[in-house]
Design a protein around this ligand. Structure first.
Ligand code: GLC
Length: 508
C-alpha cells in the first residue's frame, strides 16, 4: 500500500500563517515587537544525557519546542554522564557555599543541536557512578537533600544575578529536585519569579526537620505556609508554597490533585492555588521523531500494513516467542504499583488463555512477577529488564495493543508513543490518558484500575482483532493524532508572559 493511500487527517501546523499577506504586513507595521522571554528551565534529568522517567523526555523536548519563541537555557547538575558527553563547557560563574551546601560553579555549554545548557559543577555531589538519584544498585544517595538543595540554590542565584551576563525573566522549575529554588528565591527577596511544573505529585522530596540548618532554610519557613509537611521538610511543598504559578502536565490531573484521593496530602494547598487562578494543566507533547513515517531509527521501512507485522515478528524473535498469528500486547513502563504492574501480572493468564502474547519492557519492584510469567509461558510471554529504549521503540512499532492500567497518570507519554506507532492503548481513563486516548476510536479505556475492568478491556481487544477493518481504521485514527508540542508550548509562553517574562521588551 502506498503511503499516500492512508487517510491521515489533515494537520494544522501551529505557526502556519492563517492570515493573508496584507494583514500580515499590517501586523508587522503596527504590532509592538516583544522580546523573547528568557526562561531558565531547571531539571534534574534530560534524555540527552540521563533519564529515569518522563521528566527526562519532557526536559529534552519542551525546551526545544520553546526555542522558537523563547530564549531558553536548561540548567542541570554536572553528573558524570553530562561531563562525559556535553562537549566543551565554559565556567561563567562561581557560587560560594551556603550553610551545609558546598560551593559550585556554573558552566555554559550547548547540545549539538544548539540547546543552551547551564551545568552546575560540583563533582563531590554529582560526578558519581550511577543515576541521578540513586547508585548503580538502586540505593538512593544519602545526601540527596544537599545535592538537590545545591541545585535549587544555584537556580535561585541565577534567577537573581544571572550567569555569564544572562539573567532569566522566569525560572521554570520541575518536580521536587528543583522546587526548593522557589523557597531560596523567596527568602532572599530577589530574582525572577518561579513557575513550578508537577510531573508527579507523589514524589514530595521529604527530609528530616533536623536538616533545616544544613540546607539553609530559615526556621520561620518551617510552618503550614512553608516547607513543613507532617513534621518533615518537603522540597515540593516549598515549590507549591513559594512559586508564583504552578502547572501540571494535564488538565485532568490538575483537577484530580485538588481532591484528597489524588492530592498526596497537598490537596488543600493545591485547591487554594486553583481558587487563586495559580494552578493550571498543560498537556505534554512528544518529540516529532515519534512518527514511523519520519523515524530514522526504524530498521523496517514504513510500508503499511506489512510494516506492523514485520515488527511484530521481529519482537517475537527477540523475546523468543512463537510466531503466532495472534494479538501482541505490550507493557512498557516502570514496573511499579502506580503503573498497575500487578494488574498486568494478574491479567496475563487471560491474554495467554485467549491465545494472545505479552511482552514487557522496563524495570522495577515487580520484575520477579513478570519473570515468573515468562518462565511459565515462554512461547507467549517475554520480559526485557532493565529498560532498553531502542527495544521499547521496536515494541511500540510491533505491538497491537499497549497495556496501561496506571492507577494515576499525570500525563503519560507511552500512550502517545504507542498511538503514533499504531499500537492501541488499553488504559485506565485518568490524568493525561483521558485527554490523549479516545475510547473506541484510538484505544480502549476503562474507568476503574482493577483486574476485572482490565480483563474486560482485553476481551474487547480480542473482539476488535477479529474485526480487521474496524481495527485498522482505529489504528489509522491513532496514528493521525497530533501530539506535537506546538499548542502546549504556546500555552507555556502565555504563562511566562503573564509572570512578566519579556514584558519590558524593547520597542524596535
Ligand atoms: C512523570 C509522570 C508522567 C508524565 C511525566 C512527564 O513521569 O508520571 O505521567 O508523563 O512525568 O511529565
Amino acid at each position: 500500500m502506498a503511503l499516500q493511500s492512508l487517510s491521515f487527517e489533515p494537520r494544522i501546523e501551529a505557526g502556519a500563517p492563517l492570515v493573508a499577506a496584507p494583514a500580515r504586513r499590517q501586523a508587522k507595521l503596527f504590532a509592538l515587537p516583544r522580546a523573547k522571554p528568557k526562561i531558565l528551565f531547571a531539571t534534574s534529568e534530560i534524555s540527552d544525557f540521563v533519564q529515569t522517567g518522563g521528566l527526562g523526555a519532557v526536559s529534552a523536548s519542551l525546551p526545544r519546542a520553546l526555542r522558537a519563541s523563547c530564549d531558553v537555557r536548561v540548567v542541570l547538575p554536572g553528573y558524570a554522564q553530562v561531563l562525559a558527553n556535553a562537549g566543551p563547557l565554559l565556567v561563567v560563574e562561581r557560587l560560594p557555599g551556603y550553610a551545609g551546601l558546598p560551593p559550585c560553579s556554573i558552566a555554559a555549554g550547548a547540545t549539538p543541536d544548539g540547546l543552551a545548557l547551564l551545568v552546575v559543577l560540583c563533582d563531590e555531589l554529582y560526578a558519581r557512578d550511577g543515576g541521578p538519584y540513586a547508585d548503580a544498585d538502586g540505593r538512593a544517595y544519602a545526601d540527596n537533600d544537599v545535592r538537590f538543595a545545591r541545585l535549587s540554590l544555584a537556580v535561585a542565584e541565577i534567577a537573581a544575578r544571572g550567569a555569564g551576563g544572562w539573567t532569566p525573566d522566569v525560572a521554570h522549575l520541575n518536580d521536587w529536585p528543583t522546587a526548593l529554588a522557589a523557597g531560596y528565591r523567596e527568602w532572599r527577596g530577589v530574582g525572577a519569579p518561579c513557575m513550578l511544573t508537577i510531573h508527579n505529585l507523589a514524589h514530595l522530596g521529604e527530609f528530616p526537620v533536623e536538616r533545616l540548618g544544613a540546607l539553609g532554610i530559615p526556621g520561620e519557613a518551617f510552618g503550614l505556609d512553608g516547607v513543613e509537611f507532617h513534621g518533615r521538610v518537603s522540597f515540593l511543598k516549598a515549590g507549591l508554597a513559594y512559586s508564583r504559578h504552578v502547572t501540571t502536565v494535564s488538565e485532568t490531573y490538575a483537577r484530580e490533585i485538588v481532591a484528597p484521593a489524588r492530592g498526596c496530602g497537598l490537596d488543600g494547598l493545591l485547591a487554594l492555588r486553583a481558587g487563586q487562578g495559580r494552578l493550571s494543566g498543560v498537556i505534554n507533547g512528544i518529540e516529532e521523531a515519534w512518527d514511523p513515517r519520519a523515524d530514522r531509527n526504524c530498521p523496517y521501512q514504513f510500508d503499511p500494513p506489512r510494516w506492523k507485522s514485520r515488527y511484530a515478528d521481529f519482537v517475537r524473535g527477540v523475546f523468543g516467542l512463537s510466531l503466532a498469528r495472534a494479538p501482541l500486547f505490550a507493557f512498557i513502563a516502570r514496573f511499579a504499583h502506580q503503573k498497575g504492574v500487578d494488574l498486568v501480572i494478574e491479567a496475563a493468564a487471560e491474554i495467554v488463555a485467549r491465545g494472545g502474547q505479552l511482552v514487557a519492557v522496563g524495570e522495577g519492584e515487580a520484575e520477579a512477577g513478570l519473570r515468573d510469567l515468562s518462565l511459565r509461558w515462554p512461547d507467549a510471554v517475554g520480559l526485557r529488564a532493565p529498560f532498553d529504549a531502542s527495544l521499547a521503540r521496536a515494541v511500540f512499532a510491533g505491538a497491537d495493543f499497549l497495556l496501561m492500567p496506571s492507577r494515576y497518570e499525570p500525563c503519560g507519554l507511552s500512550q502517545m508513543y504507542a498511538q503514533k506507532f499504531g499500537a492501541l492503548p488499553i488504559a485506565h481513563r485518568t490524568g493525561g490518558i483521558a485527554e490523549t486516548v479516545f475510547d473506541g476510536r484510538t484505544g480502549l479505556l476503562f474507568d476503574v484500575p482493577e483486574r476485572r475492568a482490565l480483563e474486560q478491556a482485553i476481551a474487547r481487544a480480542f473482539a476488535l482483532y477479529q474485526a480487521p477493518r474496524e481495527f485498522s481504521a482505529m489504528r489509522r485514527a491513532a496514528m493521525a493524532l497530533d501530539f506535537s508540542w506546538s499548542r502546549s508550548a504556546t500555552r507555556y509562553v502565555e504563562l511566562y508572559r503573564e509572570l512578566g517574562g519579556g514584558a519590558g521588551a524593547a520597542v524596535g
